[in-house]
Design a protein around this ligand. Structure first.
Ligand SMILES: *[C@@H]1O[C@H](CO)[C@@H](O)[C@H](O)[C@H]1NC(C)=O
Ligand SMILES: *[C@@H]1O[C@H](CO)[C@@H](O)[C@H](O)[C@H]1NC(C)=O
Ligand SMILES: *[C@@H]1O[C@H](CO)[C@@H](O)[C@H](O)[C@H]1NC(C)=O
Length: 244
């Protein structure tokens, strides 16, 4: 249920006219039949800084930083965490490390390296983490060190105006991180001692927290990917994305 709400917030309304992929992107298309992996890694990495500026007519938001107004990130019986005015820094420095096209246009898997990502904004938390009660609201930042992110979108083909387009049938995000560092300001109505202890506790237990909450968060992020992927590919036919 919280996923749907998240997506509603992210919906970007654009009154679409026929939109074209910019020529500098078309020029970097790769052929699935000819050394696709190396071509895509080279050309994809060339293009990330451009894409990071955003392609609003193709529903690709700006990524330097990516800004999200609101996310109901955790909504379980024991813990509620809402984030607002979010900024995600470091996406523009992601590096494509690997790519795999599934057979028969069945999807695409990427492996991305994000060395240095920071998420900041305002938080509102209430409930329990592991064994400890937690409560507060204020500014926060979370630092994600040396991440490897592997998103997969599975797809089918859809025909539009005589041209073939990708359409997603599912999405998934695998990831691993070397370390997460939390900094939540103003916990417990600004009680500094309790706040410092809680931040220390979170940082000492980052891997347990990642295990508990990571999969749910990965699902939200993955649903966002899928949404952006569909908005993009519904405009752009496969012939503009891949060479024969
Ligand atoms: C990480 O990125 C931030 C900017 O988002 C920068 O200020 C910082 O120096 C970077 N740290 C490392 C270790 O690269
Ligand atoms: C999070 O947001 C939801 C929806 O706006 C709200 O019902 C809930 O009370 C909020 N929880 C916290 C801890 O702010
Ligand atoms: C995701 O991770 C799981 C468990 O480590 C693994 O079995 C699976 O193959 C991975 N999937 C992708 C697409 O990387």
């Amino acid at each position: 249920m919280f996923i749907r709400r998240t997506l509603a917030v992210l919906t970007i309304v654009v009154y679409a006219q026929a939109v074209e992929l910019p020529q500098y992107i078309k020029d970097l298309r790769c052929s699935p039949k000819k050394d696709f992996k190396n071509c895509f890694i080279t050309n994809g990495n060339k293009i990330i800084p451009q894409i990071a500026k955003g392609l609003p007519e193709l529903h690709v938001p700006k990524l330097n930083p990516l800004e999200l107004p609101f996310l109901q990130l955790i909504s379980t019986p024991t813990l509620n965490l809402n984030l607002s005015s979010l900024k995600i820094h470091g996406l523009e420095d992601m590096i494509i490390k690997d790519v795999r096209l599934l057979e028969n246009f069945g999807g695409v898997s990427l492996k991305l390296g994000g060395k240095n990502m920071t998420v900041e904004g305002n938080y509102n938390i209430d409930g329990k983490v592991l064994i400890l009660p937690i409560r507060g609201n204020g500014h926060f930042s979370i630092y994600l060190k040396n991440g490897i992110y592997s998103p997969t979108v599975t797809t089918e083909l859809q025909e539009k105006n005589g041209k073939k387009h990708y359409k997603s049938t599912g999405s998934k995000l695998n990831y691993s991180l070397e370390k997460i560092t939390f900094d939540l300001e103003n916990l417990f109505d600004g009680n500094e001692q309790l706040g410092d202890e809680m931040n220390k506790f979170l940082n000492e237990n980052w891997d347990v927290l990642a295990k508990d909450f990571g999969p749910g968060i990965a699902n939200i992020v993955s649903a966002l990917h899928r949404r952006i992927f569909d908005e993009f590919t519904s405009e752009i036919p496969i012939s503009d994305l891949l060479l024969n």
